[in-house]
Design a protein around this ligand. Structure first.
Ligand code: ADP
Ligand code: MG
Length: 322
C-alpha cells in the first residue's frame, strides 16, 4: 500500500457540510473559514512511543487519546473546535493497526464535529503529532494570566485515576485492588471537556488550564502567569472510589500531582457562581469549587478540613510548600 492509498483508505473521512472546512484533505493546504469576527486558537501535541504511550497500547485508544489531549487544549481556552491535522510516522503500514487507530480517532473527531483536514505521513519510529484549530470570540479566551485575587477556584470531574492506572501498568505496588475498566479508561481514553470550556467563556470565568501534569503543578502555571496565589481546600477535592483504598500519601499524590487527567482547572469571580453552575449542568460536566485565588504571588497553600495549612511533601509541588 502506497502513501496515498494509505491516506485515502484510512484518513479520508466524510466531513460534515456546514462546518468551517472550505477545503479538506487532498490539496497542498486545507482552507478553513472561522466565523466572522472570531480569533483562531491553535495548539499542537506530540505523542511519542515509549514516552507518552507503551509500544503495545491499544491503537483505538491511542487514536482517541492523541486527539483528546489536543481537544483538551481548546477546551482550556474556551475555543470551539474547527478541525485538526495529523502528522504520522509509522514503522510499517499495518492495516489492522491503522483501522483501529482511525476508529478511535474519528470516533472522537465526529463527536466533537472536528474534522481531519490534512497532515503528513512518513515511515519512521511511531510518532504522532496533531494540531487542532479552534475559534473564540475576541476577549473571551480563558487565558492563564487572567486569574484575579478573590476568584473562586474550580475543577471539572476529578483527578488521580490516570495516575493510579499508570502505576498499575508499571507494576508498582501502589494498589492491590484490580483495576476497573472505568479507571483504566481515565488514562487511555480521556474525555476532553470542550462543552464546558465553551460555556465557561461566556459564563464569566477568568483563567483556565487543562490538567496534563497534575493539579498542583498546573495550578502553578496560572499563579505565575497571573501573579497571584491560591488556597486549595483539600477536603473539597472529589475522590474517585478507586483512590479511596490508597494509603493517604499516595492518594494525595494522585489527586494533586497525578498527571494525564485532562480536566479543566479554572477561576471565576464569586459573582459568577450561578452562571458556572448553569454551565456545568448544561454541559453535563461535574464541577467542584475547590478553593480560591489569593493576592500573594506564587504561594499555594493546601488547607485541611479546619482551614489550617497542611504541609504535604509531594515531589511535583515541593516548591510550593508552606
Ligand atoms: P505534500 O507533498 O504537499 O506534503 P502529501 O503528499 O504529503 O502532500 O499529502 C497529500 C494530501 O494528503 C495533503 O492534503 C495532506 O494534507 C494529506 N495528508 C497526508 N497525510 C495525512 C494524514 N496522516 N492525515 C490526513 N491527511 C493527510
Ligand atoms: Mg507531505
Amino acid at each position: 500500500m502506497g502513501e496515498f492509498e494509505l491516506i485515502r483508505r484510512h484518513f479520508q473521512h466524510a466531513t460534515d457540510p456546514g462546518n468551517a472546512v472550505v477545503l479538506g484533505i487532498g490539496d497542498d493546504c486545507a482552507l478553513l473559514q472561522p466565523s466572522p469576527g472570531h480569533q483562531l486558537a491553535v495548539s499542537s501535541d506530540m505523542l511519542v512511543e515509549g514516552r507518552h504511550f507503551f509500544p503495545d497500547v491499544d491503537p483505538e485508544a491511542l487514536g482517541h487519546k492523541a486527539l483528546a489531549v489536543n481537544l483538551s487544549d481548546l477546551a482550556a481556552m474556551g475555543a470551539r473546535p474547527l478541525g485538526f491535522t495529523l502528522a504520522l510516522a509509522l514503522p510499517r503500514a499495518d492495516i489492522d493497526w491503522l483501522a483501529a487507530f482511525a476508529r478511535g480517532l474519528f470516533g472522537l473527531a465526529d463527536a466533537h464535529a472536528c474534522p481531519l483536514v490534512g497532515g503528513d505521513t512518513t515511515r519512521g519510529p511511531l510518532n504522532l503529532c496533531i494540531t487542532v484549530f479552534g475559534e473564540v470570540k475576541p476577549g473571551q479566551a480563558l487565558r492563564r494570566d487572567a486569574a484575579r485575587a478573590g476568584d473562586d477556584l474550580y475543577i471539572s470531574g476529578r483527578t488521580g485515576e490516570a495516575r493510579l492506572t499508570l502505576e498499575h501498568l508499571r507494576g508498582t505496588d501502589w494498589a492491590m485492588a484490580p483495576l476497573s475498566d472505568e479507571t483504566r479508561a481515565r488514562l487511555e481514553r480521556p474525555t476532553p471537556r470542550n462543552a464546558l470550556g465553551i460555556l465557561l467563556a461566556s459564563a464569566g470565568a477568568h483563567a483556565a488550564i487543562d490538567l496534563s501534569d497534575g493539579l498542583a503543578g498546573d495550578l502553578g502555571h496560572i499563579l505565575s502567569a497571573s501573579g497571584v496565589g491560591a488556597e486549595i481546600d483539600l477536603f473539597a477535592l472529589p475522590v474517585a472510589p478507586a483512590l479511596q483504598a490508597l494509603p493517604v500519601a499516595q492518594r494525595w499524590e494522585c489527586l494533586l500531582a497525578g498527571g494525564d487527567d485532562y480536566e479543566l482547572l479554572f477561576t471565576a469571580p464569586p459573582a459568577a457562581r450561578e452562571a458556572i453552575a448553569t454551565a456545568a449542568t448544561s454541559s453535563r460536566t461535574p464541577v467542584t469549587r475547590i478553593g480560591r485565588i489569593t493576592a500573594e504571588p506564587g504561594r499555594l497553600r493546601l488547607l485541611d478540613a479546619n482551614g489550617l495549612p497542611l504541609a504535604l511533601s509531594l515531589r511535583s509541588f515541593d516548591h510550593f510548600a508552606t
